[in-house]
Design a protein around this ligand. Structure first.
Ligand code: NAD
Length: 257
């Protein structure tokens, strides 16, 4: 299947899942727009590498997904948006009574409100183009909860709800909106949680991975960024034309428990 001629914007894509999704979309022929809130040589080099290796046009555009105006400006600056992957996200772990207000606000802004702004800006472009795909990277935490992740779980449940609304608002158009719900994927976001969890449980790195992180993932294996990217490509394929308003879990059985 070729996504040649399509432009894909992936928010938060200079590392982890977003970067993996950008690679898979580019391998499928799409021109990709990478994004984060930084503007370094490395950021632009990532786009150049994708362009060189896949023969597609790849660009990097700086925009801070915690700011609504910058979310909308990202879409405008890209000039086209056939595929929108709302992926930018951060995490913070604390009991709700101790949860820092600024962390709550940042998580809701980056993990949830950014998708509202980018989708609002992208839908008119998709309608003009006569085709569009919105793919929100939610989480197993969009369907279930864990303690100490009040903001993250709220934002992820919220984005699953917003996905359904966008799907209903576009149901009679050639546009779909779906959410992918990964379980644990080994990325910098997960890596950053390991030292704190080691301290909290007084455990080795290996035990934290197997006994804490993958405790709820029956497969006992991390999902990969390539698998998440492949699922996005599937949602952009003709086979997925009638798949809209739903969640696809890539979680090794987590939500089957
Ligand atoms: P990551 O830390 O590797 O990537 C997060 C990306 O978001 C980075 O590119 C970062 O630069 C970007 N970002 C952060 N703040 C931003 C801002 N203000 N503006 C623009 N970009 C910003 O983490 P990841 O694991 O790849 O996470 C990507 C998404 O996948 C997140 O939404 C996360 O909640 C979700 N997710 C991850 C896992 C997992 O196990 N890794 C599981 C389920 C869901």
């Amino acid at each position: 299947m070729s996504l040649e001629g399509k432009t894909a914007i992936i928010t938060g894509s200079n590392s982890g899942i977003g970067l993996g999704v950008a690679w898979e979309l580019a391998r499928a022929g799409a021109d990709v727009v990478l994004n984060s809130f930084t503007d370094t040589e490395e950021d632009h080099a990532l786009a150049e590498k994708i362009a060189k290796e896949t023969g597609t046009k790849a660009r990097y555009i700086k925009a801070d997904m915690s700011k609504g105006a910058e979310c909308r400006a990202l879409i405008e600056q890209a000039g086209a948006c056939d595929i929108l992957v709302n992926n930018a996200g951060i995490q913070f772990v604390a009991g709700i009574d101790e949860f820092p207000v600024e962390k709550w606000d940042a998580i809701i802004a980056i993990n949830l409100s950014s998708a509202f702004h980018t989708t609002a800006a992208a839908l008119p472009m998709m309608r003009r183009a006569g085709w569009g795909r919105v793919v929100n990277i939610a989480s197993a935490h969009g369907l279930t909860a864990s303690p100490y992740k009040s903001a993250y779980v709220s934002a992820k449940h919220g984005i699953v709800g917003m996905t359904k609304v966008v799907a209903l608002e576009t149901a009679q158009e050639p546009i779909t909106a779906n959410a992918i719900c990964p379980g644990y994927v080994l990325t910098p976001l997960v890596e950053a949680q390991i030292p704190d969890t080691m301290k909290e449980y007084d455990m080795s790195r290996e035990d934290v991975i197997k006994k804490v992180m993958l405790e709820r993932q029956p497969s006992k294996e991390f999902a990969t960024v390539e698998q998440i990217g492949g699922t996005v490509v599937f949602l952009c394929s003709p086979s997925a034309e009638q798949i809209t308003g739903t969640t696809i879990s890539v979680d090794g059985g987590w939500t089957a428990l």
